[in-house]
Design a protein around this ligand. Structure first.
Ligand code: PEP
Ligand code: MN
Length: 369
């Protein structure tokens, strides 16, 4: 089944994000107390942020952690609107949350990663939002499933939501990786190319899981042409009740936005951005990273095969296996527009490295590869 067309209102019609890029939503992971909310909002207002985020209901992995302040916090968000003129945003995960947000004048809602993975809940939320004009941002599902993400967008669009956008926050992995969540930029790039008009935010706080990665992730997402950032900011991150390692103070956020990231010229309303060389290079960097990862994984398996052959006293090279593998690769590669010569060169080099690794194992040498 092909994807449905989405009817999307451009970001400049949402009435809350103003130029220059990036469009930023910032605020604490969780609303914890009236003082914490007001103090953080004051700091963010001073640095020019227009949209304040704070989690009111928090999906936590384990019970017994701080699960959000609940409806009481919506009164604090109202106060942020009244005193500082900021627009306010929070996460909704059920129709009850939606009704409370609409009742309390919340200006934007987002759907969290755990909720996007659940079509029943997304449909329930979409139905509750029907008839309202509130902007909705949909985080990627926790699992790297682009169709599930698009399905959530289709459900909201089907309920008449036009101020619709996405937030990329990375995907859960079982393996330990550098970041808290795997960016899988290829999925984000694919979504952008299918729906170039869809406002696109990146959340470096949840993707990185630590303040140390926020700059590099923000820069990369701007290089890739994504126009928005959602960044967690807390007046006193060390004592935050959730996600304390990944929240910046308003002052640190100011430094990041004003001095540490470089917004490259781009025109997200047209297709011209595709031709921007910086963005194309950033895409190449992402693909190169995947190639390196794939080559590393392949060699790990070669090493295991080497051990196995050694234990079973089998020779390293079985010519027939290699010939049939190469023939398959050439055929598949042709479908992707790759020439026979190119594929033979690349795969012969890969094969050579693999044989070398296995040789080292059989001869008892430890190998760098
Ligand atoms: C959040 O934004 O506070 C949050 C819970 O994020 P995610 O859904 O990306 O985990
Ligand atoms: Mn958080």
């Amino acid at each position: 089944m092909g994807n449905k067309k989405l009817d999307i209102a451009p970001l400049n019609e949402w009435g809350m994000f103003t130029d220059p890029r990036p469009s930023v939503l910032a605020g604490p992971c969780s609303a914890e107390s009236e003082e914490q909310v007001m103090e953080t909002a004051k700091g963010l207002k001073e640095l020019g942020i227009n949209v304040f985020r704070a989690g009111i209901w928090k999906p936590r992995t384990h019970p017994g952690c701080f699960e959000g302040i609940g409806v009481e916090g919506l009164g604090w968000l109202r106060k942020v609107k009244n005193e500082y003129g900021l627009k306010v945003a929070t996460e909704v995960a059920s129709e009850k949350h939606v009704y409370e947000c609409l009742k309390h004048g919340v200006d934007l809602v987002w759907i969290g990663a755990r909720t996007t993975a659940n079509p029943f809940l997304v449909q329930e939320i979409a139905d509750a939002l029907r008839g309202s004009d509130i902007p909705v941002l949909v985080k990627n599902p926790v699992n790297p499933d682009l169709e599930l993400w698009i399905g959530a967008l289709e459900r909201l669009s089907g309920a008449g939501i036009r101020k619709l956008g996405v937030i990329h926050r990375g995907f859960s992995t079982f393996d330990k990786i550098r970041y808290r969540n795997d960016p899988h930029w290829d999925i984000a790039i694919e979504l952008r190319s299918r729906y170039p008009e869809l406002p696109f935010f990146v959340d470096p706080s949840h993707m990185g899981g630590s303040t140390e990665y926020i700059q590099e992730i923000s820069q990369r997402s701007l290089d890739l042409g994504f126009e928005g950032l959602m960044i967690e900011s807390h007046c006193n991150p060390e004592i935050a009740l959730s996600d304390s390692k990944q929240q910046l103070t308003p002052d640190q956020l100011k430094d990041l936005l004003h001095n540490k990231i470089n917004v490259r010229e781009s025109d997200s309303d047209s297709r011209e951005w595709k031709e921007n060389i910086d963005q194309l290079r950033a895409k190449i960097d992402v693909i190169d990273e995947s190639i390196l990862y794939a080559l590393g994984s392949r060699l790990k398996i070669s090493r295991q095969i080497g051990e196995y052959k050694k234990n079973n006293n089998v020779a390293i090279v079985q010519a027939s296996r290699w010939d049939s593998l190469l023939a398959k690769v050439v055929e598949r590669g042709r479908e992707n527009g790759l020439s026979q010569k190119f594929l033979t060169d690349v795969f012969n080099a890969i094969h050579e490295a693999s044989v070398e690794v296995q040789n080292d194992i059989i001869s008892g040498k430890s190998s760098e590869l």
